[in-house]
Design a protein. Structure first.
Length: 255
């Protein structure tokens, strides 16, 4: 589907639910898409796979009406460009610690005149789309997600939020806990207090808030706190039927 409706969903202030795409096998990926997420988290930062592994997975997501979000390895122009060109609706950039790094992500992630991303949307050919339409609409159609994962990024949050050109802040509780000296303790008051404060400070900025939790009940709690773009567990953990059930229940509660 082009254009993706993910930004419209975010702007409506409803819950926007994702889950982890644990596979690079196209048939399994399609089953995950059919479970009903609004988007999926395709991790290239910690997984063993490279760009070639994405294959048609992003195109499949778009064709199913699901927004594929690729977390790249680093704030790198080549990584970001290739993720979008394979069909990603969203690109997530890890470890964005300050406004200067945020500005780089915008430069790498947006077409001119907003940024400097090179123009060659490879996925257009696979979907039978007009390349000129994609070039004209990409900056308003795609998502650029910056991860806030350190004490430095929290301290400089207001300055980062003032930068134009990105749409979502993703608080990464695990790396944040490590930065705070309590690695892995994602439910520690230090982490939770920061997450609550971020939810307050982002209001009125025009940016959206995202995070990720494996336990659907914990995810439910943070949706209530304002994390409307929520990555919930994985079909590998909950199964396809379990994942579908979680999506239905959360949408019923937060619609």
């Amino acid at each position: 589907m082009y254009p993706s409706d993910i930004r419209k969903k975010l702007s409506s202030n409803g819950v926007v639910l994702g889950t982890s795409m644990f596979t690079r096998e196209a048939h399994v990926a399609q089953v995950i898409y059919n479970a009903g997420p609004d988007w999926v988290w395709i991790d290239q930062e910690h997984s063993p796979w490279g760009t070639e592994s994405l294959g048609t997975i992003c195109v499949q997501g778009r064709s199913t009406g699901v927004a594929p979000v690729v977390r790249v390895q680093w704030n790198d122009p080549g990584e970001i460009k290739k993720a979008y060109d394979t069909g990603a609706v969203g690109v997530m950039v890890p470890q964005v610690d300050n406004p200067d790094e945020a500005k780089l992500a915008v430069r790498y992630g947006k077409y001119p005149p907003v940024g400097e991303r090179g123009i060659a949307p490879f996925f257009a050919m696979l979907m039978g789309l007009d390349q000129d339409e994609i070039i004209a609409t990409a900056n308003s159609e795609t998502l650029l997600i910056l991860q806030m994962e350190s004490s430095e990024s929290y301290e400089k949050l207001d300055d980062t939020l003032s930068i134009d050109g990105f749409e979502v802040i993703c608080v990464g509780p695990t790396d944040l806990s490590a930065s705070l000296g309590i690695p892995g303790k994602i439910h520690h008051p230090k982490v939770e207090n920061i997450m609550i404060d971020v939810a307050e400070r982002i209001k009125g900025t025009g940016k959206h808030l995202m995070t990720t939790f494996g336990d659907p009940e914990v995810a439910r709690r943070w949706i209530r706190e304002g994390y409307k773009m929520m990555n919930v567990s994985s079909p590998l953990q909950l199964g396809i039927e379990g994942m579908t059930k979680v999506f239905l229940e959360l949408r019923e509660e937060f619609s």
